[in-house]
Design a protein around this ligand. Structure first.
Ligand SMILES: [Zn+2]
Ligand SMILES: [Zn+2]
Length: 383
C-alpha cells in the first residue's frame, strides 16, 4: 500500500492501487445462506433477499456527518467507497451508475437501455453523507396507489388497474456547502412620511439616504444537484429531503441499490451554490439595512462577498423510480425514498375534464343567479 494520492482519471497503476485499497471486503454475507445482504429500508438494517435473514448495521450512534474542507486537496483522494464497486456507463443516455461489485448491472437504471459498458473500479469521490432509504419498495408502491387515486383527472380504470412496474432504487448525488460569508455593501434606503395636503388628504413621500456597511452570515447546507440528467421540476415536486436525518456514509446503506455518479463535479457545483447564496444574501442584506436604519425601502443594493471556511458534503439522496402503462402509454413517476412523496405524469380522462369544466360553469352560473336574483340576461323570457 502506498501513500501516493489517487486522482481522477486513473492510470493502469492507479487502478491497481484502488483495487488494493478496497479489497478489505465489507460486503456483508448472510450467515444462514451465504448470499450478499442488501440494505433494508424498512428496518434500517440488512436483509437477505434469499432466506429472509435480517441483520443489523453496527453504527456509532454518536457519529456525525463530517464537513470536509473545500480548500484542502484531500477531497480528491477520498475515493474509497469502503467496498468494491464497479461503474457502468450507459451508451444511450450517458448516465454513469455505481454498483456493488457483485450486483447485476446489465441495464441502465435511468433509461432502461442495455447498451451499457462496464468499467472496473470507480474513479469518483466517495460520498461522505447519505440519507438512507426509509421507504421500502412495498411502501413506495402504496404511496403510488394512494397518489394515483387522488389524481382527479385520471380515468377510474387507470386508478383501479395501474400497476407500478419494477421499482428501481437509486441514490442521487448532491453537493451541500457551508461557508462563512462577509459582505460589504452599498445601497440607498428610503423612509416614508405622510404629507398632509391642502384638501386634508394624505400622500406618502420618501426621503432617500445612502448607506454602506458590512454583513456577516453563516451559510448552512446550500444544495446543488450533482447531475443534470433529471428534470429539476420533477425532483422539486418530491422535495423536501430532511438533511437533519443524514447519516455518515457507510457502504451498507448502499447495498443492493445503485448510485448515480455525479456529472457535475464539486468545482462546477460551487459557482451554482454561490449564485444561490448571492440571491439569499441580497434578501438578507436588504432586510438588515431596513432594520438598522428603520427604513421602509431599499434600492440599488450592491455587495461583494468573501467566503471563508468553506466546507462541503457529498451527499446521496434516495429515490425510487418506476412507471406504469395505461393504454399502451408509459407514465413515469418518482417516489422520495425518505418521505414517500410522489410525482409523475398521469393519464387524463377527457370525460372527467369535461365534467369538471361543466361543474365549475354550473357553480359560476348559480353564484350569478343568486347575486342577481335571477339571470338578468334571461329576464325577457320571464314576461
Ligand atoms: Zn440468506
Ligand atoms: Zn441510460
Amino acid at each position: 500500500m502506498t501513500d501516493k494520492p489517487l486522482e481522477f482519471g486513473m492510470t493502469e497503476t492507479g487502478e491497481e492501487i484502488l483495487a488494493e485499497r478496497t479489497k478489505k471486503e465489507t460486503d456483508e454475507k448472510c450467515p444462514q445462506c451465504g448470499a450478499v445482504l442488501d440494505f433494508d429500508p424498512g428496518s434500517g438494517g440488512l436483509v437477505c433477499a434469499y432466506c429472509g435473514y435480517k441483520g443489523v448495521i453496527l453504527v456509532d450512534e454518536n457519529a456525525v456527518v463530517q464537513e470536509l474542507a473545500f480548500e484542502s486537496a484531500e477531497y480528491r483522494e477520498s475515493i474509497d467507497w469502503g467496498t468494491e464497486k464497479k461503474q457502468i456507463i450507459c451508451q444511450s443516455c450517458g448516465a454513469a451508475s455505481i454498483y456493488d461489485q457483485l450486483a447485476i448491472a446489465n441495464e441502465c437504471p435511468f433509461c432502461g437501455s442495455n447498451q451499457v459498458m462496464q468499467e472496473r473500479g470507480v474513479d469518483s469521490l466517495a460520498p461522505n453523507a447519505v440519507a438512507p432509504f426509509e421507504i421500502s419498495v412495498e411502501k413506495a408502491a402504496e404511496h403510488f396507489s394512494f397518489w394515483l387515486k387522488r389524481q382527479i383527472f385520471a380515468p377510474s380504470k387507470a386508478k383501479r388497474q395501474a400497476k407500478a412496474d419494477r421499482f428501481k432504487g437509486v441514490y442521487l448525488p448532491f453537493w451541500t456547502f457551508d461557508a462563512n460569508t462577509y459582505s460589504t455593501y452599498q445601497a440607498r434606503y428610503g423612509r416614508d412620511r405622510r404629507v398632509r395636503q391642502k384638501d386634508g388628504s394624505y400622500r406618502t413621500e420618501t426621503d432617500w439616504y445612502s448607506t454602506s456597511g458590512s454583513y456577516d452570515y453563516f451559510i448552512d447546507d446550500v444544495t446543488v444537484m450533482g447531475s443534470t440528467r433529471h428534470d429539476p421540476r420533477n425532483l422539486k415536486r418530491i422535495e423536501p429531503y430532511d438533511f437533519q436525518r443524514l447519516k455518515p456514509y457507510r457502504p451498507e446503506y448502499l447495498a443492493g441499490f445503485v448510485s448515480e455518479r455525479y456529472s457535475v463535479g464539486i468545482d462546477d457545483a460551487w459557482p451554482q451554490a454561490k449564485d444561490q447564496i448571492a440571491n439569499f444574501l441580497d434578501g438578507q442584506i436588504s432586510q438588515h439595512i431596513r432594520n438598522v436604519n428603520r427604513a421602509d425601502r431599499v434600492s440599488g443594493l450592491r455587495f461583494s462577498t468573501n467566503y471563508s471556511d468553506r466546507t462541503y458534503k457529498y451527499t446521496l439522496l434516495p429515490l425510487w423510480m418506476s412507471s406504469f402503462s395505461y393504454k399502451d402509454k408509459i407514465h413515469e413517476f418518482l417516489v422520495n425514498g425518505q418521505t414517500g412523496k410522489v410525482s409523475g405524469s398521469v393519464p387524463i380522462s377527457i370525460i372527467r375534464v369535461i365534467i369538471a369544466v361543466l361543474l365549475v360553469l354550473a357553480i359560476v352560473l348559480a353564484v350569478l343567479y343568486v347575486a342577481n336574483d335571477g339571470f338578468p340576461f334571461l329576464s325577457t323570457a320571464r314576461y
